[in-house]
Design a protein around this ligand. Structure first.
Ligand code: AMP
Length: 625
């Protein structure tokens, strides 16, 4: 087992700058701050009027790319959802850290083009001839939020706490950090949405309060989740989380539309043809739903027809949806090994929890009243602002835990930095990830450990390097090398490497290097923000090149085996597409490379499928199924 002992610099935060809390939501996003005078968290609104009536804190998480390459975010972008769906991106958050395989079952949900060539690669969205990663898409939203906050606060905003769902994995959290960086934000902490909701209600903000178990029920426009947390001594532990990323208020709207259609004797298929009318109906349904949260019946006229619904009917329509969320609550409790009575406090999050039936059902299930005094659309951002305030050192009662000042990771293909322990992780901390070989029969692997925030390792600080040798001969991609990082309470990093199939591990001692000064750390952070865009481009280019090279290799191998099953024309077309792709790899335009990858895939897809079918038919010959 290889071990490296390194003293990692631990950080302190400057206190004079404003730190905002950001709820980067699937449907809506918003920014909140701790009000310096009232000491209460406050969501930033367009117009900071004292009455605050006409202003809005929510920014729709929608991005529109017009033909000329201009980007608009928010309400303006929403207007294009129906008129220009292929250029209007919504729900980018659902794509964060996902491969096509992960979202395939819901592909029809997205009205824009998602690249589907390689099911295992991280998804990309195509708009015209440009390709965007979910990280870039989210960065457009964050940039808009940053600008908006700067406009309202009349001061630069460079530091933020961003929330993510409790079920987000490491890759999704890292993607969110990257999006922040790309938007010019130093992301001080990524916190769980249910943790933020608790902080907004003041739970867990004092170190001496009693331990509590909290359930956070979060039903938004398109997603649902419930989390069970244990809070002890200011530390939040997610005990379990359950939910459905395709269940929310939109389903209630759809249920109302279907009801109206049934009432009018119109079939759904007829409606789908008339997309404008369908859209008007959907908006009317949402209006009806909201109205019924405070009234017993709803009625309006649309194109001369009367649309009507009363609360009892609405509640009947949504009962199956509510039941699905309760099923998740049961599962989350079961996973945490708890009963409803074990829950001390229930918090309601998300716009759809305004529906009285939902409050009633959740309250009945847990056997206690729910906390719903804060605006359910704002509560997560408010909690992020509380966390920001704690990080700024303004909340004296809160215990500040030791954190890593810089990210720690290893070098991967193309000189990219792969972060295992992100900066600002609590100490002690551990992380591990599996890697594999790139060449058939590869017997060794060089592991280079870096510290820093830049995307290319050459811009970071190398801490150590060692070789894992003695990997038995296997085809590329088969070995599983697990790299483990552990920082102990004293900030010492231990790196381990082990090939899991064969069990080989290495014992190499590396001369430790010592920590950096505060000024050097600060400089490294500044550099990462200033160079974020260049870094992202460099990363995207490296990734596109690696993908292109791999595709060329697999195509070549395929041709060597199956050339006789292809027509002359197919062979020629393939050779030419390969040549063009090869050429594009020597250039620095990642969109061009992506287009050529697409083009080669277009050419090879039909015959690849045919060859596969023939192989299957051949194997099946003489066998009865
Ligand atoms: P979120 O994703 O948390 O912003 O939630 C937005 C969802 O909350 C949408 O489906 C809205 O239609 C829904 N919503 C907002 N206000 C109400 C209300 N008063 N009653 C019922 N649903 C609402």
């Amino acid at each position: 087992m290889a071990k490296i002992g390194i003293n990692i610099a631990t950080g302190s935060l400057q206190q004079d700058e404003i730190i905002v809390g950001i709820d980067l939501g699937t449907t809506n996003s918003l920014v909140a701050i701790m009000h310096p005078d009232t000491r209460q968290p406050l969501a930033l609104k367009d117009v900071m009027s004292t009455t605050g009536t006409s202003s809005r804190s929510l920014v729709p998480s929608v991005i529109y790319f017009d033909e000329s390459g201009q980007v608009v975010v928010g309400d303006e972008a929403m207007k294009h959802l129906v008129t220009d769906p292929s250029r209007t991106i919504f729900s980018a958050k659902r794509l964060m850290g996902k491969s096509y395989k992960d979202i395939r079952d819901h592909a029809s949900y997205y009205a824009y083009k998602i690249i589907d060539d390689d099911a295992d690669r991280l998804v990309k969205v195509q708009v015209g001839d440009r390709f965007y990663s979910p990280v870039e898409l989210s960065s457009f939203i964050l940039k808009e939020l940053k600008l908006r906050a700067e406009h309202i606060l009349k001061t630069p905003v460079n530091k933020a706490v961003i929330t993510v769902p409790a079920y987000f994995n490491d890759a999704q959290r890292q993607a969110t950090r990257d999006a922040g960086k790309l938007a010019g934000l130093d992301v001080l902490r990524i916190i769980n949405e249910p943790t933020a909701a608790s902080l907004a209600y003041g739970i867990g903000t004092k170190t001496n309060e009693e331990d509590q178990i909290i359930a956070v029920y979060d039903l938004g426009g398109g997603t649902f989740d419930v989390s069970v947390l244990r809070i002890a001594g200011g530390v939040f532990d997610v005990l379990s989380t359950h939910g459905d990323t395709y269940l929310g208020g939109d389903d209630a709207d759809r249920a109302i539309v279907d009801y109206w259609l049934r009432q009018a004797g119109v079939s759904k298929d007829d409606m789908e043809v008339q997309s404008n009318l369908a859209q008007s109906l959907r908006l009317a349904a949402e209006q009806a739903k909201k109205h019924l949260s405070g009234n017993d019946s709803f009625s309006m006229t649309l194109n001369g027809d009367t649309l009507q619904i009363d609360r009892a009917t609405f509640e009947q329509l949504i009962t199956p949806l509510v039941e699905r969320t309760m099923q998740s609550c049961r599962q989350a409790l079961k996973d945490a090994g708890l009963k409803p009575a074990d829950i001390d406090t229930v918090l309601m999050v998300g716009g759809s929890t305004r529906i009285p039936l939902i409050k009633k059902t959740v309250s009945a299930f847990f056997g206690k009243p729910v906390h719903d005094t804060l605006d359910p659309d704002e509560v997560v951002a408010l909690g992020a602002a509380v966390q920001a305030d704690i990080l700024a050192g303004n909340n004296r009662e809160m215990l500040l835990l030791d954190i890593t000042a810089l990210s720690l990771g290893i070098e991967t293909a193309g000189g990219l930095m792969d972060v295992l322990i992100p900066r600002n992780s609590k100490i002690p901390s551990r992380a591990s990830r599996q890697y594999t070989t790139q060449i058939d029969g590869q017997s060794g692997m060089r592991i280079s450990v870096y510290q820093g925030e830049r995307d290319l390792v050459k811009d970071n600080r190398k801490l150590a390097e060692f070789n894992l040798t003695g990997i038995p001969g296997m085809p590329a991609g088969l070995p599983k090398v697990e790299i483990g990082f552990m920082i102990n309470a004293d900030g010492i990093l231990t790196v381990t490497a082990k090939e899991l199939r064969s069990g080989v591990e290495q014992q190499i001692e590396v001369q430790p290097q010592y920590g950096l000064t505060d000024e050097q750390v600060e400089q490294m952070l500044m550099d990462s923000i200033t160079h974020a865009r260049d870094d992202m481009s460099a990363r995207a280019l490296t990734e596109a090149r690696t993908e292109g090279e791999q595709l060329l290799k697999t195509t070549e191998r395929f041709l060597q085996k199956n050339a006789d099953m292809l027509t002359q024309e197919e062979l020629l077309q393939t050779a030419s597409a390969m040549q063009v792709l090869q050429l594009s790899l020597t250039m620095t335009d990642k969109d061009l490379i992506q287009q050529k990858i697409e083009a080669l895939n277009e050419v090879s897809r039909p015959y690849a499928e045919r060859v596969m079918d023939e192989a299957v038919a051949h194997a099946m010959k003489g066998k009865t199924i």
